[in-house]
Unconditional design. Structure first.
Length: 91
């Protein structure tokens, strides 16, 4: 999940590809508004994603992702984090 800017959030398509890769399926099998927990995303999957995004400079927590487990919600959340100019770290 390489990006040109450290804190640039993934696109919706990149997010869908990442989740599909963790689940061993195709991106087309992951609906943008489907419950990712019901599709097989578990705490290990979420931690892998969170760790990668943190390394890329996004201050995201697994708790925030579990609160609303859909691709659309995750994308909105990550996009907001990527455009946060306050300089405050979220945990």
């Amino acid at each position: 999940m390489e990006r040109s800017t450290a804190s640039e959030p993934p696109t919706l398509d990149e997010l869908r590809e990442a989740v599909a890769g963790l689940l061993g399926t195709t991106p087309e099998d992951i609906p943008v508004d489907g419950n990712l927990l019901q599709l097989g995303v578990d705490s290990i999957c979420v931690m892998r994603l969170v760790n990668g995004w943190r390394r890329a400079g996004l201050r995201v927590s697994s708790r925030e992702l579990f609160a609303e487990p859909t691709l659309l919600a995750w994308h909105r959340h990550l996009d907001a984090l990527g455009h946060d100019t306050s300089g405050e770290a979220r945990r």
